[in-house]
Write a protein that binds this ligand. Structure first.
Ligand SMILES: [Zn+2]
Length: 331
């Protein structure tokens, strides 16, 4: 099981359309043990190092029965890593293998008005349920518990609004097949966007300690008008975007680095009609999230049809200690 889980984790983690940076998690249940990805580790590393922590499943269930749903600080005796912030979610599903990913296509479809009805037809025949947006960690696990209680059982597939996907299965192979099946059902063709930055206009930023992003797709945020409009008017569409790109976007209206005085937030600067720059020293998780955000926006239409996170929901995420830990250890 362990070898197959590592293979599944690495395959998921190395696919940027499913998992970005340290996002997503995998678990398996082995008798009385729950093995779950450690917070801040990358699924992509599963074949190279041990990314899992092991917890007593009866203990986790007992704590949940007492209303304790937050396990991020307890990786178990002798373990330096913290269990995933989504540990309760993994424990509440009865499936032996549980996979949680952030597929670009699922995010793009789930942020649209009327998304639940659209998924209902796309997912026909699958054992699935829709979960309205809830903050990751305890609120999300509680929302899933309520849905499960209402249905009288835990379905195999959970579509999380403005977030991603959870799949439960008997074994790693089945989990992979279900993720693939959903991927082919919900695939959205991205708009083709111009990706050539205007270096002359970006020069003031490049001379001020910023650099071009590694992946040219990020320039879509500045060069695709619909993407720029949505980023400007909506910004945060899903939790990991706020964690790794900041709770507010920084748009240079043409003043160059002086704009930092006005909007001191964010490791990424979007210069409309010119391109995108990132602060020198941003971590790979930030770059991975920049690619994901661009891919999501190229799969969304007009900003009016998009449901973003509210200011309260954003501040719950950016001011959350467990996420600060994940950001801090991001490689
Ligand atoms: Zn997630």
């Amino acid at each position: 099981m362990r070898t197959a889980i590592n293979g599944l984790s690495a395959s998921l983690g190395k696919n940027p359309s499913l998992v970005q940076g340290p996002g997503g998690n995998v678990s398996w249940k082995d008798g009385a043990r729950l093995h779950v990805k450690a917070s801040g580790t990358w699924l992509a590393d599963a074949l190279d190092r041990d990314i899992f922590v092991s917890l007593s499943l009866p203990d986790v269930h007992a704590r949940m029965a007492r209303g304790e749903y937050a396990f991020a600080v307890d990786g178990g005796p002798g373990q330096s890593l913290r269990a995933s912030i989504e540990t309760a979610l993994h424990a509440l599903l009865p499936h032996r293998v549980v996979v949680h990913v952030h597929p670009v296509d699922v995010i793009a479809r789930s942020v649209r008005e009327g998304a639940q009805a659209a998924f209902a037809s796309l997912m026909e025949g699958l054992d699935w349920v829709w979960i309205d947006y809830a903050k990751p960690g305890e609120p999300l696990a509680r929302a899933m518990q309520r849905a499960s209680d209402a249905m009288g059982r835990a379905p195999d597939v959970w579509v999380l609004a403005n977030h991603g996907l959870v799949v439960g299965a008997d074994d790693p192979e089945r989990a992979w097949r279900v993720v693939e099946e959903i991927g082919s059902r919900v695939a959205v063709a991205p708009r083709r966007a111009p990706l050539q930055p205007n270096l002359e206009r970006l020069r003031p930023w490049l001379d001020a300690g910023y650099r071009l992003p590694r992946e040219p797709i990020a320039h879509a945020l500045a060069l695709d008008p619909l993407a720029t409009e949505t980023a400007q008017s909506r910004w945060v569409l899903y939790p990991d975007q706020a964690v790794f790109l900041g709770g507010a976007g920084l748009f240079d209206p043409g003043e160059g680095p002086d704009a930092r005085q006005v909007h001191p937030l964010g490791p990424v600067v979007i210069v409309p009609d010119a391109g995108v720059v990132v602060a020198d020293g941003v971590n790979p998780a930030c770059e991975a999230m920049l690619v994901c955000y661009s891919e999501v926006l190229l799969r969304c239409g007009s900003a009016e049809d998009i449901v973003s996170l509210t200011d309260d929901e954003i501040s719950e995420i950016v001011n959350w200690d467990a996420e600060a830990f994940r950001r801090q250890i991001a490689r």
